[in-house]
Design a protein around this ligand. Structure first.
Ligand SMILES: C[S@@+](CC[C@H](N)C(=O)[O-])C[C@H]1O[C@@H](n2cnc3c(N)ncnc32)[C@H](O)[C@@H]1O
Length: 284
């Protein structure tokens, strides 16, 4: 794996990660040689955090699971980036209390908004944690894929329940509390004041194909996943949706001191000034 900032190549790509890494790589390339402050909410065992640290960035992972954080710490140490990865046990629902406003360049929130108590304050906290101009990488479960998946497996009642449920859950036994389509996910981010720049489908086909096809033609599958990821209607049938969004700078284009992003989308000045070079400082 390439270790020099500004020339990030990243880990080996899979249908689960290829599209996300291609979006992140473009952002890292755009930032050139800067050492970025990254926050990975629900980052688990560090599948994204460790490669980003390996590329020269400083990553704080906030996760509810001590086991996941222990695995993250081991993985980071084995990769030689233990000094660049910080593990913080915390609940995404209380993120606003864990992270300084306007202290982060890139925030990741992958496969977490489906399981938190309430996604709205979490997304507001993500937006608030970002410096103006900073970016958010958000991955959520796709609703249409879950309906189709249940129906194709013969679980028609669960498919109907999920399709009719306002949150996109199949009921109390569903492991996820909610799912999204592109519009509802984008609306959630916009309501927190973020500008949605890109939406891609992740695993458009991978979960639908027989294992023999997926395992037998991995390069062709990866290529097809990439080709379909940005194109509705294929995008909208993906198992997950990836949104890349940005906290706007002020109308003058200047980066302001700490500001609160209100749910209405307006960036309001705040008396909690955070110097732009201050690292993320979780309160443990
Ligand atoms: C499906 S895993 C995703 C891990 C990683 N983001 C990825 O995409 O590979 C969900 C992660 O979120 C964490 N998690 C679940 N609920 C959480 C919460 N309320 N606050 C913080 N982390 C949470 C879990 O411990 C787990 O590590």
């Amino acid at each position: 794996m390439e270790q020099t900032r500004g020339r990030f190549t990243g880990p080996p790509l899979t249908p689960r990660t290829a599209v996300i890494w291609s979006v992140l790589r473009a952002e890292l390339d755009r930032r050139g040689d800067e050492e970025l402050t990254v926050l990975d909410v629900g980052g688990g065992t560090g599948g994204f955090a460790v490669p980003l640290a390996h590329a020269g960035h400083r990553v704080t992972v906030v996760d509810a699971s001590p086991d996941a954080l222990a695995a993250l710490t081991r993985r980071a140490a084995e990769a030689g980036v233990g000094d660049r990865v910080r593990a913080v046990q915390g609940d995404g629902d209380a993120l606003a209390d864990l992270v300084e406003p306007a202290s982060v360049d890139l925030v990741l929130c992958h496969a977490v908004l489906e399981v938190v108590d309430d996604p709205t304050p979490v997304v507001t906290a993500l937006a608030t944690a970002l410096r103006p101009g900073g970016a958010a990488s958000v991955l959520v479960a796709g609703r249409a894929a879950a309906v189709l998946g249940r129906a194709m497996n013969g679980h028609l009642t669960a498919a109907a329940t999920l399709a009719a449920d306002p949150c996109g859950s199949a009921g109390p036994r569903d492991t996820l509390r909610r799912r999204y389509d592109a519009d509802s996910a984008a609306a959630l981010l916009r309501a927190a004041g973020l500008t949605v720049e890109e939406i891609h489908g992740v695993r458009v086909l991978a979960d639908l194909l027989p294992a023999a096809v997926a395992d037998g033609q991995p390069a062709a599958l990866l290529e097809l996943e990439r080709a379909l990821a940005a194109q509705p209607p294929y995008r909208d049938l993906a198992a997950q949706l990836h949104l890349f969004a940005r906290r706007p700078v002020t109308p003058s284009g200047r980066v302001t001191p700490s500001g609160r992003v209100t749910p209405s989308g307006r960036v309001t000045p705040s008396d909690r000034v955070t110097p732009s070079d201050r690292p993320v400082r979780p309160r443990e």
